[in-house]
Write a protein that binds this ligand. Structure first.
Ligand code: TMP
Length: 223
C-alpha cells in the first residue's frame, strides 16, 4: 500500500502549522502511521539549507537563487524522507511544498512560472501532493498574528509582497481545484480543526471506518 502525501499551505501566520500538529496528534491516537515534516528542511542537510534561506544575516537574495535553494532542499527531502515514507504506507504531513515556491518565488519575487516548472521537473519530476490544504487569511491578519514572533528573512517582506503571494496561491488553486481544499484560516481554531478533518475524510478514512471520533451512543445504541 502506498501512503498519502498531504501538504499544508498558507501565508506565514495562517495557522497551518498548528493545525498540522493537531492532526498529527489525532492520527497518533488513532494509530495511523504518519510522518510530520516541513519545507524548506526535513533532513539534516535540508535543514541547513533552511537556516541559510531564512537567515537575516544576508543582503538581498535573488529570487532565482531562492528558487534553487528550495528545490535543492526539496529534492533531498523527497529522496530521503517523503518517498520512503509513502512507500512504507505512511501518511506524510508536510508543512509547505512546491505551491509555496510558486507563491513566494513566483508571485512574491516575480520568478517566471516556466522557469519554476523547469526546475521542478529537474528536481522532483513535478511531484505533486495527493491533497493540499490552503489556510486562507488576509495578509493584514496574518501579519497581526506574527507580532511578537522573531521575524525571519521572509517575514520582513512588505504587505504588498504578501498580497502577491496570496494571489499566486489562489491562481494555483484555480488551476488544480481537485487537489486543493481551501480552509478559512480566520475561523476559531476548533472550527478550523473540524474543517481539516472534513477536507481529508475521504483520503484518511480506513475502509469501513469514519475518521472522526465515534459519536456517543445512548443506551439503546443510537448514535
Ligand atoms: P515556515 O515559516 O512556514 O516554516 O516557512 C518558511 C518560509 O519560507 C516562509 O516564509 C515561506 C518561505 N518559503 C519560500 O519562500 N519558498 C518555498 O518554496 C518554501 C517551501 C518556503
Amino acid at each position: 500500500m502506498t501512503g498519502r502525501f498531504i501538504t499544508f499551505e498558507g501565508l506565514d501566520g495562517s495557522g497551518k502549522s498548528t493545525q498540522l500538529d493537531r492532526l498529527a496528534q489525532r492520527l497518533k491516537v488513532r494509530g495511523v502511521a504518519h510522518v510530520v515534516t516541513r519545507e524548506p528542511g526535513g533532513t539534516p542537510f535540508a535543514d541547513l539549507l533552511r537556516e541559510l534561506f531564512l537567515s537575516r544575516e544576508t543582503s538581498r537574495v535573488d529570487g532565482v537563487v531562492e528558487l534553487m535553494l528550495v528545490f535543492a532542499s526539496r529534492r533531498q527531502h523527497l529522496i530521503e524522507v517523503i518517498e520512503p515514507a509513502l512507500a512504507s504506507g505512511a501518511v506524510v504531513l508536510c508543512d509547505r511544498f512546491t505551491d509555496s515556491t510558486c507563491a513566494y518565488q513566483g508571485g512574491g519575487r516575480g520568478v517566471p512560472p516556466e522557469l519554476i516548472a523547469e526546475v521542478d521537473r529537474l528536481a522532483t519530476g513535478c511531484r505533486a501532493p495527493d491533497r493540499t490544504l490552503f489556510f486562507d487569511l488576509s495578509p493584514e491578519e496574518a501579519r497581526r498574528r506574527r507580532r511578537g514572533r522573531t521575524a525571519d528573512r521572509i517575514d520582513r517582506e512588505s504587505l504588498a509582497f504578501y498580497r502577491r503571494v496570496r494571489a499566486a496561491f489562489r491562481e494555483r488553486i484555480a488551476g488544480d481545484p481537485d487537489r486543493f481544499r481551501v480552509i478559512d484560516g480566520a475561523a476559531p481554531i476548533e472550527t478550523v480543526a473540524e474543517a481539516v478533518e472534513e477536507a481529508l475524510s475521504d483520503l484518511l478514512k480506513p475502509p469501513g471506518r469514519d475518521l472522526r471520533e465515534p459519536k456517543r451512543r445512548d443506551r439503546a445504541g443510537n448514535a
